[in-house]
Design a protein around this ligand. Structure first.
Ligand SMILES: [Mn+2]
Length: 316
């Protein structure tokens, strides 16, 4: 067994208080990996980890198994003793947000992540930036440790993989597909899982349609840019993945940018590319991410951020 996984499982078996978290505004991979690992630890070691998050969770994730188990950080006792904090799918220490005190107070910190990150925070890292989702690493832990798992774990891992790979569009190797094949053989029903996520508020879908139809196009139609203003931001589903995906389907569009006015002078930026890597552009804006899907948060007004982003795409 990989010696990091072995050490991780040994430490889990002797920990009494475990807190697990993902990144702020957790996406499908983040939340499902957290819940799957918590359930696995409970099944195999009899300890019930506390799962926490900061930000918002998409309505489309409301019916995932054990959704109620992950608590908003302000609703839990932040001063509790923590033997082990596990940070999953977080990418960058700035993305931890509200649950940070759990990491600061923990006797031992573990990270399980598939983002490229030179700024690790843990004493033990189970990171693999070739994994298509953090859930892939969780599955590898199950296999390496020969852990017991059930249909809840299987469904959560499958959901994490489906959402993070955009239904397998973004996987760079065959691992996610092989794992999904095993999960389906074990009883996972992909169609039911996708149907379970069709659960958006009407306002969210209408906002997606409106934002998409108001998009602007630059650089001979190669860059599509859409904007969500502050008064609409609260209706946005997750990161606005559907808007990004629709604009990315337009012939000739190579890059898609979604600017989200989260609050006054705070703009969330999501960037997608069909071919060329764009993570350096996200880094230039103070963010990061994957080669073809990255983002940042910039503290400035919408107009200035838009100008800056357009400038960065000049020559791309
Ligand atoms: Mn992920």
């Amino acid at each position: 067994m990989d010696k990091n996984i072995q050490e991780f499982l040994e430490r889990v078996s002797s920990a009494k208080n475990i807190v697990i978290m993902g990144h702020k505004n957790p996406d499908g991979d983040s939340i499902c990996s957290v819940l799957a690992l918590a359930h696995l630890i409970e099944l195999n070691y009899g300890v019930q980890p506390l799962c926490v998050y900061d930000g918002n969770i998409s309505d489309s994730l409301d019916y995932i198994p054990h959704r109620g188990r992950i608590k908003y950080f302000e609703r839990v006792d932040m001063t509790m003793p923590v033997d082990m904090a596990i940070v999953m799918d977080y990418g960058n220490p700035a993305h931890i947000g509200g649950p940070q005190p759990f990491v600061d107070n923990a006797k031992f910190v573990v990270e399980i992540d598939h983002h490229k990150n030179d700024n690790t925070i843990a004493q033990l890292c189970l990171n693999d930036d070739t994994a298509a989702a953090t859930a892939v690493i969780v599955y590898n832990i199950i296999r390496a440790g020969n852990l017991k798992y059930d249909s809840i774990v299987s469904d959560l891992l499958a959901l994490a993989i489906l959402t993070d790979t955009g239904n397998f569009k973004y996987s760079r190797n065959g691992d996610a597909l092989r794992i999904m094949a095993d999960l389906v053989d074990g009883g996972v029903n992909i169609r039911n899982l996708i149907e379970l996520m069709n659960n958006k508020q009407r306002k969210a879908v209408l906002l997606e349609a409106r934002t998409t139809s108001n998009a602007e196009f630059f650089y001979h139609g190669r860059l599509a840019l859409a904007t969500v203003c502050k008064k609409d931001y609260k209706y946005l589903d997750g990161r606005g993945e559907l808007i990004l995906s629709l604009l990315g389907q337009i012939k000739g569009v190579e890059f898609v940018v979604l600017l989200k006015e989260q609050k006054t002078e705070q703009i969330g930026i999501s960037i997608r590319s069909r071919r060329k890597p764009i993570n350096e552009i996200a880094v230039a804006l103070g963010g990061g991410g994957h080669e073809k899907a990255a983002g940042a948060v910039v503290r400035d007004n919408l107009e200035n951020v838009k100008t800056r982003v357009l400038e960065l795409f000049k020559g791309e």
